[in-house]
Structure formats: structure tokens, C-alpha cells
Design a protein. Sequence first.
Length: 678
Amino acid sequence: MDFAYQYAWLIPVLPLAAASIIGLGLITYNEATNKLRQANAVLSVSAIGAAMVLSINLLWSQIQGHPTYLWTFEWAQAGSFHLNMGFEIDHLASLMLVIVTTVAFLVQIYTDGYMHSDPSYVRFYAYLSLFSSSMLGLVISPNLVQIYVFWELVGMCSYLLVGFWFDRKGASDACQKAFVVNRVGDFGLLLGMLGLYWATGTFEFGEMGDRLTSLVNSGAISIGLATLFAILVFMGPAAKSAQFPLHVWLPDAMEGPTPISALIHAATMVAAGVFLIARMFPVFEELPAVMNIIAWTGAFTAFLGASIAITQNDIKKGLAYSTISQLGYMVMGMGVGAYGAGLFHLMTHAYFKAMLFLGSGSVIHGMEGVVGHDPFVAQDMRVMGGLRKYMPITATTFLIGTLAISGIPPFAGFWSKDEILDSAFHANPALWAVGLGTAGITAFYMFRMYFNTFEGEFKGTKLQLIAQVKAENMAIAGLIAADDHHSSNDSHSSDHSDKPHESPLSMTLPLMVLAIPSMLIGLVGTPFGNYFENFIHAPNEVVEAVHSEGLTPEFLVMAGSSVGIVTIGITLATLMYRLNKISAASIAKSIEPLYLFSKNKWYIDEIYDLIFVQGSRRLARQVLEVDSKIVDGVVNLAGFATVVTGEALKYFENGKAQFYALVIFIGVLGLVIFSGVS
């Protein structure tokens, strides 16, 4: 088995090699490489498939009790400074490797059907492989510096993929927004890294935590300074995992093709933030103020995302705000010390959210045959409805994902979310109340999404409704006309029909595969035997044998309250959007200010635009005024004075010695008089 560990470095290298081969082909023999579409797709899928096999092998080895494997080499040395690079395989790394590779493998299979007619099909596969490689390299990094290197590579790949259709204004704006917002968090992460190294003299996670604790206890550094360093580090995960106030990039990332939306939202970029919090847990857990900030940031973000998702009509935007909310749960779990629960929800969420996003892509793919490629219509749930009859596989898997994310037992989301809520209740009942209320909202907006998309009457043939929806969405986007058909968020099939159609097997097969863990994977963390918690325990936690708590009164009360509020949310959604017993429009009109507040995403984007975008422009204009009138004025004045004095002095250069003697005499006389007066 050591042989498998020695070659674990192949896991990120295999997809990197595929990306390099495809990329070099595109650079050197572009036309020929683009013609070999299937060959390049097979290369990319095979590389991530091989990495998946190796990852599963390592996870099984770790489950069997193999000790942590660490391999490093000295990468840089200067005096007493030594920096090692390499890879580390422990319980957390092996779990994350399997999550990333399995989701990436299925997403790449799905991509073949989804992007089949896109002219940049091959380039997309190159980006996917590079993105997967970057995330896998991050997961096995043994220290904070190496994580930071791959952290930035993940950010670069997200920039490329979100802006994949770069000729669209929406896509180019979205990738720039993601890049800028993440740079804010990454700058904080970099400052925190340097501060922690200054304090502890190491970038190794375990040593950093132990040394920082010792330094604080001995008074060598103040707890305030240690807290500041840790909060700066947390800014990185807050941006990557879309926590308030750095969450604004994630919904806009929907401008990229749906396969990358699934990969970003399930197993790569957003998961990187929660993963880093887990890696830095030895530092964070010794600083109560930091843990409280993390917990409350997560709780507020969970509520924020859910409260916005409740009014979104774009199916992908609704899922994006759902992701923000679920990430808030994970971060809240980490903040209350529920290390295992946070990672458990990361795992379960990766599978059912990947399935939901791929399901939304399948819906858009099926709808485009009816409504065309217009992005202002194809993704809007108001022109959908009744799709279960036309797309039974997509509808069934989407329903499974909806049940899982809502927290209905025995689906995966119930066990992981309930464990977080239980830990939050013991840490702070206020956090539990926020999380419980958010669970009810989650069930409501997810079943609203399901009913509006798959149940009732199909509305995709109502031309007046389509025109109305398009006009409204274009007005929100601030556009007059959408003439660029390439601006579709999704596949570019030219087929047209009066009815939606089920997606091809290459798209539905990943949905069916992902449905299995969405239903069953939560069973590894039940009260009858929490095998997940025992495996993924916190770094400083004492491991005990797995034992069965069973259906204790406490579990029944906590789970019952969770299921109860979820049932209320589902019931309201059913009455409003399935049975039409309650008018959603009437309720929205009666609470119009709150409705608009939610629909306009709490006006956070507008506030940021006013303060940061417009503010930066005003500041730039003021700096330009200072530069042109003061700085340039001083320079121009100096030049003018030089010209004037030069013109005046040239008359003193006449070549007559008597005149020079007179000038010297007058100068000396002036000095004598001045000296006498003073």
C-alpha cells in the first residue's frame, strides 16, 4: 500500500498533463486539435478517471488505518528560513480527493453532451482539467504556502471558466467581479499567513497552532494580535466560500457554462474555503473570538442566501444563492467547533448540489429547443412548468436533490445539516434558531423551484409570457436588445421543436449516478453509528470507537423540530405553487418592500457599486484633477521659471570683462549692505 502513497502525486499531475497536452495542441495546431474533439475529451475524462481510482484507493487505505503519509523536499532555503514542498495524505486529504475527483469525473462526462455543439468544446476540456488539477494540488498540500500557490491557481481557473464565453458582456463582467472580490480575500489571507509566520516561524498547520497557543499563553504575543492574524486568514475562505460580505461574486459566476457552475459550487472553489478552515482549525479553535466570528458569519450568510433564493426566477441563480446558504451552514458548523459536522455537510452537499446544477443544465438544454438560446428566457422558471412529463429522469433526480437539500430523512442532507444544528444548539441557541429558520426557508424555495419547473402546465409556448419575461429580465440587466445568440449560458443546439426533450445519456447518466450518494451517503453519519465523525475527527480530538447513541430523546427533539419546520416550508410551497390555494402574487404585493428587498438581493450589489465602483471612479477623477492642476502645474511652473530666468540671464553673457567686474562689485556691495542691516 505504501506504493500507492508514493505515487499519490500523480493525482493532480494526471489532469494537469491532460490540460497541458490539450492546451499545447490548441496553441500549436489549433485547427487540427479542435477537429479531434472526442479524442481530447477521452484524454481529459481518462486522466481524471485515473486520478479518481487512485483517490478511492487512498481513502480506503486511510479507512483501514494507514498512518498519515508525508513526503516533502526542500524547495527554498535562506539562513534559518526553510520551505518544504510535497504532499500529505491524511484522513481529510483522502476524503477531499475522492469528493473532487468523483464530481469532476461525472461533470466531465456530462460536458460531452452539454457542450457538444460549442465551437470551444476542446478549450473547455483543457480548462476543466486544469481546474481539477489545481484543486487536487491544493488538497494534498502539506503547508500554508503550497496551499496558497494552488489557491491562486484555482482562482485563475475560475476566472477562465466563468468568463469562458468572453464575448458576452455578462460573462466578462462576472469573471472580473469574481477575480476582484477574491483578491480582496486573498490579500487578507496573505497578510495573515505572513503574520502567523512572523509569530510562529512555521507554515506547517499543526506546528503553527501549537506554537501560537504557547506564545499567547506565555504572553509573547497578545491574544488580540493572534486574533487579528487568524481573522485575516479567514478572509481567504470567506471569499472563496462566498461568505458575507464577499459573497457577491458567486451568483454572477452562473454566466459560465452549467458544468463549471456544478464543479465550482460542489467540489472545487467553494469547497476550498471550507477545506482551509478545516486545515487551520488548530489555529482557530484556540481563539474564541475568531470562532465566534466564523460561526456568526456562517449563520448570517446561511440566512442571507436563503432569503434571496426565495424570490429568484432564474433557476441557476436560485441554486447559486442556495449554495451560499449551504456554505454558511458549513462555516457555522466549523465556528461552533463541529469540525466533523461541517465536513460531513461539505461531502453530502457536494453530491446533491452537483446533481441539482447538472439537472438545471439539463432543463435549460431541453428548453432551448422550444424557446431558443436567449439567456433572458431559457433559464427563467416562469416559462417552464410541466417538464416532468417531457424529462422524467431529470425531474426525478432533481426531486431527489430537492429532498436531500431540504433535509428530509433519510436523504443525505438531513443527517449532515441536523448534526450542525445540534452542535449549534449546544454552543449558542441563537445560532441554532437562525439555522433552524433557514432550514424551513430552504425547503420552501427548493420546492418552489421544483414545482415551477417540473409540475403544472408547460408555459414555454406562451409567446406573450415569453416576451414579458424577456423584457423584464433585460430591463433588470440594463440592456435594450439581446442580439448576440452566443450569449446563451448553455449548449448551442440548432434544433427547434414545440416540446422540451430529455437530455442525452451522457447528461442523464451523471445525474443518475449522483442520485445514489444524494440518497445514501448520509447513512455513514447517523446516531446508530457515526462512522464519518470517527474517521474525520478534528486534529486534536481523541478518537474513540464508534458507538451507537440510537434515537435518544435529545435527537428526537432536535430532528423533530428540524423536520417539522421543513414540513411547514414544503406545505407552504405546495399550497402556493402546486395547488394554487394561496396566491404568491398577492402575498408579494402585500409585503412589496420585503419582496423587492429579497428580489434585489438586499441591494448589496447596488451598495457596492455606489461605494466601491462609483467611489473609485470619483476618487480617480479627483486624483486626475490633482495630477493635472497641481502636480503638472508645479512641473510646468518650474519649466516656465527656467525659461524666464534663462532668457533674462543670457543678456549678462556679453563677453566684456568690465561688465562682469561691475556685476561682481554690485553683488559684493549688496552683501555688505545686507550684512550691515542685519
